[in-house]
Design a protein around this ligand. Structure first.
Ligand code: GN1
Ligand code: MG
Length: 370
């Protein structure tokens, strides 16, 4: 179906004047649509939910419906109370003309339209400590918003997502195939990645063990709080919204904390090819934590705090493992523009993990002061 025909099934005021690819997501296909009439302009985001990644896209939309309903009510109540230092925002689902949350095309793909957070942007890399602090505040506030959601209204969007031991098992399975063995034997870099993983198999279990022993409790988490999913207000420079709500579900807030730091504290970004530039920036980390704790510190237990370092070390390892496994598996999960891209992405994450390991004392030092 033509994109313009597709989007016209949604209930948006005005005439469509532009529809262009948008953002740098690795999973869904995203477009920006601009509608105008005589008096005003409306900008919305059109997205195709990736069926390879999300086996049940309808579930993703039902979850999004519940998450946004819960948070919008809370946001409105807080805004009436007038206690916030800013207007916190969250995208809204734009319904179809028939009143549905999404459209299914003739191929079975699910398409949705959500509102765009206006006068705000997300960045692919951290712009400095102030930006990092605002990212922390936005994630902390988001955790506050979803903290009292009933987990039973949601269906697990991606079973096994952020279960590192599961990714290791999948990696072992892929590694046993001839195609993967060939890739591995033909590249020094790939062999080095494989060694890196072998040396850290125990690391994969650090948070899972703490959940099993009851030390850490699952709460609601975002699932994908990387820097380009955090909207910053153009006017005030403050964090204003978390976007990409597809993976909100019950889990450890540590996974979000570690994932956000993984993304924010690597100013070189996920696609850097010069590994010398990939370092874990502690100034950015301290600033992020300051913003995060201001919003979410009140509900952090001592046990939660005890596992913060582990989460900072684990998340780059886990993502590196996911990229590397996808490389060996023929690049079927993450979007790529060349065959070695996932290998390079893995190199970057593993270098970041090494950088965290090298700074362990100092990172634990500032975490202890939070
Ligand atoms: C994917 O959709 P996007 O690009 O925001 C991925 C995350 C990774 C991220 C790395 C559902 O996120 O887990 O951290 O790429 N999302 C999913 O860039 O797998
Ligand atoms: Mg995503």
């Amino acid at each position: 179906m033509e994109l313009t025909v597709l989007i016209n099934q949604f209930n948006i005021k005005g005439r469509l004047v532009s529809l262009t690819p948008f953002g740098n997501g690795n999973i869904n296909d995203t477009f920006l649509a601009i509608y105008r009439n005589t008096f005003t302009e409306t900008q919305v985001i059109l997205q195709r939910v990736n069926r390879n990644v999300f086996p049940k896209p309808e579930v993703i939309m039902d979850n999004m419906h519940e998450v946004t309903r819960h948070c919008h009510e809370k946001l409105e109540a807080d805004s009436k109370a007038g206690t916030d230092d800013r207007v916190w925002q969250m995208p809204r689902i734009v319904k179809t003309k028939e009143g549905a949350d999404y459209v299914t095309d003739e191929k079975g793909d699910v398409w949705r339209v959500i509102t765009r957070i206006m006068s705000a942007h997300a960045f692919d890399v951290a712009q400095g400590p102030e930006h990092a602090m605002e990212c922390g505040a936005a994630l902390g506030h988001f955790h506050y918003l979803i903290s009292d959601m009933d987990p039973n209204v949601l269906t697990d969007p991606l079973p096994g997502f952020h279960i590192t031991s599961g990714y290791l098992a999948k990696y072992d399975e892929v590694l046993a195939r001839d195609s993967a063995k060939e890739l591995l034997s033909s590249s020094m870099e790939a062999k080095r990645m494989a060694r890196f993983i072998e040396e850290r198999r125990d690391l994969a279990l650090c948070l899972e063990k703490a959940v099993a022993s009851g030390e850490l409790k699952k709460r609601m988490f975002h699932g994908d709080p990387k820097v380009n999913n955090i909207m910053i207000d153009d006017v005030t420079g403050k964090g204003t919204a978390m976007i990409d709500l597809d993976t909100v579900s019950p889990g450890l807030i540590h996974l979000d904390f570690g994932d956000a730091l993984r993304s924010i504290c690597n100013p070189a970004g996920e696609e850097e090819t010069n590994l010398a530039k990939v370092v874990f920036d502690e100034d950015l980390a301290t600033a992020f934590c300051k913003g995060y704790m201001r919003e979410a510190g009140a509900f952090m237990t001592d046990a939660d705090r005890a596992y913060l370092f582990d989460s900072i070390r684990l998340l780059p390892f886990e993502l590196g493992l996911r990229f590397f496994q996808d490389y060996l598996n023929g690049n079927v999960y993450f979007k790529t523009s060349h065959p070695e891209q996932n290998l390079n992405r893995a190199r970057v994450q593993f270098r970041l993990c090494e950088s965290v390991e090298a700074r362990e004392r100092s990172i634990r030092g500032f975490l202890n002061k939070l």
